[in-house]
Design a binder for this molecule. Structure first.
Ligand SMILES: Cc1cc2nc3c(=O)[nH]c(=O)nc-3n(C[C@H](O)[C@H](O)[C@H](O)COP(=O)(O)OP(=O)(O)OC[C@H]3O[C@@H](n4cnc5c(N)ncnc54)[C@H](O)[C@@H]3O)c2cc1C
Length: 534
């Protein structure tokens, strides 16, 4: 039987935070990296706190290309270790939440004779590296077969294709599933609560100061181990930690932004993703069917700053549309863009290098232990979050900041909502109740299960988000519990007032659900498609 979902009422969470307690481990940042560490530590029996300044997965972890993959492009770069590790981690993710992560067939259409043998052999190597963790065999396709699988592909000059397998997922909902599973294992997780300072005693990390974003209330918390998992923002906490000892911490992260554009799935129907093996600047580009739409992306543009909501550069949108036009029968234009979002990759600087070409910086993760004992993790990929967490906890134990407590128990773990009995519908399909997996009955039992506020979003889902998924604002609901902001920003703006009303009914009239801020955000996501348009 599916256990009843835990309540996530904020008053009770803050009350728990206020109780004096020395946590074994306090994690700062609720993206893939931090959530993975919190879950692994809680499963080992540690007392765990995780604080997230905004919302779980508000940063990079809701802005991925949605691929659970080994990374064909890292194979081309010869990063065999990263590819092998990711291919093996891929199956862990797919098994842990089949309603949120699934195998996805890819087709690489080929237009030059050498491409099919060249890329096909590379992809056979990909299969070999996966070994028993493989999802399906790489196959060469005739032009007719390629077009049957990818009816939207450009037929002119098509020589054939190569089909291979990887995975896809709903990144923000998987992050929530990690948070909720960690909570089930006893961890305390709070969103909209920023860590403002690392506390020290005799030069060693001893805890942190946190600030509740809603009330402004401050909390001083004791912790034996503090893990800085703040993605592209790790350098802020590292700097503060070093300055407390009169030292400095040179920047670790070289941010690189990646833009995604969303268009209707009719541009590439058929349920297969399309891989462009080599764009004009030597990258790969994907057209991925996801939640009823088609994601086109991504770019890799170095930038010096780390805004929470980065805006795309006009040339990035042009680049994506131009490359898509080379491979699709019907070229998408600015007017076809339903939403645009931008994520910042926390790439780790190679020793001493500044700026430069971020395509060539390693995608492997880095774990650093400062002289104070502050542990920082950054880099890596969503796909490898579980292995990264194991690594972080091993380093914490090695550094003597966390007592060793047996091996990791995350391999084979089913996350909250995972349904082993049913075969869930494909993630390429429009969103709906199936994304709730084993918790569908719990959602359906709430008021408003038949009242649809937007396609795939019912009143009951909003109530569930407020009661059991930590949602506090309209953005929390429409960007990350539902993915409507990412799928169709204008539709999300249209649904926002109704969502605000249900949230207010759940959270009380005194609570600010931040409707105007969401309307501004949705306008930006919708307008990006028109940036610099001719
Ligand atoms: C464009 C793009 C596409 C990608 N596509 C894929 C893909 O398809 N597959 C894949 O496997 N990987 C992909 N990745 C990589 C993957 O998304 C990232 O490696 C991963 O999400 C990083 O997670 P993180 O937890 O380290 O960082 P984040 O998700 O950014 O989390 C850091 C969190 O820390 C919080 N924070 C910051 N400061 C504080 C503070 N003081 N107190 C409390 N909280 C704080 C932030 O609000 C944020 O939520 C992609 C990355 C990009 C940029």
């Amino acid at each position: 039987m599916t256990p009843a979902p835990l309540p996530t009422g904020r008053a009770a969470l803050l009350q728990r935070l206020a109780v004096p307690h020395r946590y074994d481990i306090a994690v700062v940042g609720g993206g893939a990296s931090g959530l993975g560490v919190a879950l692994d530590a809680a499963l080992r029996g540690h007392s765990v706190l995780l604080l997230e300044a905004e919302d779980f997965a508000k940063g990079t972890s809701s802005r991925a290309t949605k691929l659970v993959h080994g990374g064909v492009r890292y194979l081309a770069q010869g990063d065999i270790h990263l590819v092998r590790e990711a291919l093996h981690e891929r199956v862990h993710i797919l098994r842990s939440a089949p309603h949120l992560a699934q195998p996805l067939p890819f087709v690489m259409p080929t237009y030059r004779l050498w491409e099919a043998p060249f890329y096909g052999i590379g992809l056979k190597m990909y299969d070999a590296l996966a070994g028993e963790a493989g999802l399906g065999r790489t196959e060469w396709l005739t032009p007719g077969q390629a077009l049957r699988l990818l009816p939207g592909a450009q037929p002119r000059g098509l020589k054939g294709g190569v089909k291979y397998w990887d995975g896809q997922f709903d990144d923000a909902r998987l992050a929530l599933a990690l948070a909720r599973t960690a909570a089930r294992e006893g961890a305390l997780l709070i969103n909209h609560c920023a860590v403002t300072e690392v506390l020290h005693e005799a030069g060693r990390v001893a805890g942190l100061v946190a600030r509740d974003a809603e009330s402004g209330r401050e909390f001083r918390i004791q912790a034996g181990c503090v893990v800085n998992a703040t993605g592209v923002w790790v350098d802020a906490l590292r700097r503060q930690d070093a300055e407390a000892a009169g030292a400095s911490a040179p920047p670790l992260v070289a941010p690189s932004q990646g833009v995604h554009v969303v268009v209707d799935q009719s541009f590439s129907p058929g349920g297969h993703a399309l891989l462009v093996p080599s764009t004009a600047d030597g990258r790969v580009l994907f057209a991925v069917p996801w939640l009823g739409k088609l994601i086109l992306g991504t770019t890799d543009t170095p930038r010096p700053d780390v805004p929470l909501e980065p805006e795309p550069f006009a040339q990035e949108l042009d680049f994506i549309l131009r490359e898509a036009a080379r491979y699709l029968r019907r070229a998408p234009t600015r007017a076809d863009i339903r939403s645009t979002w931008v994520g910042l990759r926390p790439l780790v600087r190679p020793g001493g290098a500044e700026g430069g070409d971020t395509k060539t910086i390693s995608r492997e993760h880095t774990v650093l232990v400062a002289p104070s004992g502050l542990v920082t993790v950054t880099g890596g990929k969503w796909t490898t979050y579980r292995a990264m967490a194991e690594d972080v906890l091993a380093r914490c134990a090695e550094a003597g900041v966390l007592p060793p407590r047996g091996p990791s128990r995350t391999a084979g773990l089913m996350l909250v909502g995972a349904d082993t009995a049913a075969r869930p519908p494909a993630l390429s399909r429009a969103p709906g109740m199936h994304l709730y997996g084993a918790e569908q009955a719990a959602v359906a039992a709430l008021p408003g299960a038949e009242r649809w506020l937007a396609p795939g979003l019912s009143e009951a889902m909003v109530r569930f988000a407020a009661r059991h998924e930590y949602a506090r604002t309209v953005e929390d609901v429409l960007a990350r519990r539902s993915r409507l902001l990412f799928l169709d920003a204008a539709e999300a703006a249209g649904a926002a007032p109704a969502v605000a009303e249900v949230l207010a009914a759940e959270l009380g009239p005194a609570h600010d659900v931040a409707l105007p801020a969401f309307q501004a955000l949705a306008a930006a996501y919708a307008q990006h498609g028109r940036i610099g348009a001719a």
